[in-house]
Design a protein around this ligand. Structure first.
Ligand code: NAD
Length: 489
């Protein structure tokens, strides 16, 4: 059984620990590898190597710093199939979904290659006679990212390429539930020939996270995961004087107006609610139908949910894979039971099916509950499984009030043929990513991934210009030269 390693100071190193976890294929429960639960000592080795590498890396011209990223882009393209299989095997999603997340990763590498332009500062001449003022951007030093299980191929790239292109050194702590893809990504990173210490991988769980949060050399921390951990990471990082951006959980509502195209809306929403087995932070979780949309949408989503093909994500024709773990499956099944107990009507029950040849897998089938009371747990807390709750209201005012009556703010969508409904929704809704006739409103890499409320702690988000600002500190120079010719005037 393969025991995964850390990548520290330019080389692969076995973690000095006896503590390991089994990494499972969630479709079969078969053990794929063992991941070490590294200690604070490994974080210290990585941070010290990064701080040493930073001295030369920040002096390396930005045009040279992006050259290994160009190589990495090509290596990612060349190894797309193998990486997608790795994601499917440890995370459970279909090959098409795994390939899709890798395309998003590559897109972020491409955007970060624009760093020579993005990192430029600003200048004003003669802010007083003969005095000029310049704002320049300098890297912050050593940065780290702590990532979740649901996008092992994409989420590290919301941070990694921007951090290093901006002149920082970077440490990744991937989810201990899906560490194999990171191992493969770092083999490509090694082949791309970044200098030793610039990019490092430390496997582990809470001890590694706490060591990152407390290490004095680490100046910036990015986190993606559940809201409770995001809040904790943000507080501890801030208490230690670090800058932090922490993306949390979600409960994403979608409003369906009577003038929406019901066939297309149902297809798009089924992909949003049940794609990646509902384990997307941008999964539609609550569908609010307005007026006559109720029966048209309800009938269609019941038919679509009941016929979705569930199975091992590597098999042809499969539209939805398993959830990540046995514990996750049990938790989701409990949430469904509690929702029914709290008054919802179960229209499609995903707790009973099994897959031939994969009887030990962690499968939950698409589930639809109707007339979900707005104040019960099912309506308000994140399920992170293929479960769609239906609610009904009479007008757009009530729909927007329901959308805004929640603590999360990751995404909200509206389906309508009417521009004034769409504009009103976009204007009034409290969420950072808005979809108009779109079911997964994921910003491309040049835009910030703009969670609000309990879906995000911090101010600068991942991707694009926000990432450039997060990974640089501004320095303002006010400059006067006594012999400057302008003083003669
Ligand atoms: P998680 O919070 O359990 O784990 C995320 C990371 O934190 C992992 O690397 C894990 O090792 C570490 N961690 C977990 N518990 C910890 C603790 N007590 N102390 C220190 N570190 C800890 O999240 P997950 O289950 O891997 O991912 C699913 C969650 O991530 C969902 O809530 C989902 O909505 C969220 N998510 C959010 C976004 C977003 O953009 N907002 C994107 C993807 C996933």
């Amino acid at each position: 059984m393969e025991l995964l390693e850390n990548f520290i100071d330019g080389g692969w190193r076995a973690a000095a620990t006896e503590l390991t976890l089994n990494v499972l294929n969630p479709a079969s429960a078969r053990v794929l590898a063992q991941v070490p639960l590294s200690s604070a000592a490994e974080v210290d080795q990585a941070a010290v190597a990064a701080a040493r590498a930073f001295i030369n890396w920040r002096r390396t011209p930005v045009g040279e710093r992006i050259q290994p990223l160009f190589k990495l882009k090509q290596l990612l393209e060349d190894n797309l199939g193998a990486l997608a299989s790795s994601i499917t095997n440890e995370c459970g999603k279909t090959i098409a979904e795994s390939t899709g997340e890798l395309r998003r990763a590559i897109e972020n590498v491409e955007t970060a290659c624009g760093m020579p332009v993005m990192i430029q500062g600003t200048s004003s001449e003669d802010i007083a006679a003969g005095i000029d003022e310049h704002m320049i951007r300098q890297p912050v030093g050593v940065a780290a990212a702590i990532t979740p299980f649901n996008f092992p191929g994409m989420i590290p790239f919301w941070f990694l390429p921007y951090a290093v292109a901006a002149g920082n050194c970077f440490i990744l702590k991937p989810s201990e539930r899906v560490p194999i893809t990171s191992q493969k990504l770092f083999q490509l990173i090694q082949a791309a020939e970044f200098p030793p210490g610039v990019l490092q991988l430390v496997n582990g769980g809470r001890d590694v996270v706490n060591a990152i949060l407390d290490h004095p050399e680490i100046r910036a921390v990015s986190f993606v995961g559940s809201t409770s951990t995001a809040r904790y990471v943000y507080s501890r990082a801030a208490a230690n004087g670090k800058r932090a951006q922490c993306q949390g959980g979600a409960k994403n509502p979608v409003v369906i107006m009577p003038d929406a195209d019901m066939e297309t809306t149902t297809r798009i929403l089924a992909d949003s609610a049940f794609g990646c087995a509902g384990q997307r932070c941008l999964a539609a979780s609550v569908a609010i139908t307005v007026g006559d949309a109720q029966s048209a949408f309800t009938d269609r989503i019941v038919a679509t949910a009941s016929s979705r093909k569930v199975g091992y994500g590597g098999d042809a024709g499969v539209e939805m894979g398993p959830v990540i773990s046995a514990e996750s499956k049990r938790r989701i099944e409990r949430v469904i039971a509690k929702g029914e107990h709290d008054g919802a009507r179960l229209l499609v029950d995903g707790r009973t099916g099994s897959i031939d040849g994969y009887e030990t897998g962690f499968f939950v089938f698409p589930t639809v509950l109707d007339r979900v009371p707005p104040h019960v747990d099912l309506a308000r807390t994140e399920v992170f499984g293929p479960v769609l709750s239906l609610m009904h209201v009479n007008n757009i005012e009530d729909a927007i009030a329901l959308v805004n009556d929640r603590t999360y703010g990751n995404m909200a969508c509206i389906f309508t043929g009417d521009g004034s409904n769409a504009r009103r929704f976009r204007y009034e809704v409290n969420a950072g990513n808005i979809g108009v006739n779109v079911g997964v409103a994921a910003p491309i890499s040049t835009f910030p991934f703009s969670g609000w409320g309990e879906s995000f702690f911090g101010d600068l988000h991942a991707q694009g210009h926000h990432a450039v600002e997060f990974y640089t500190q501004t320095k303002v120079v006010v400059e006067r030269w006594p012999k400057d010719w302008s003083r003669k005037f």
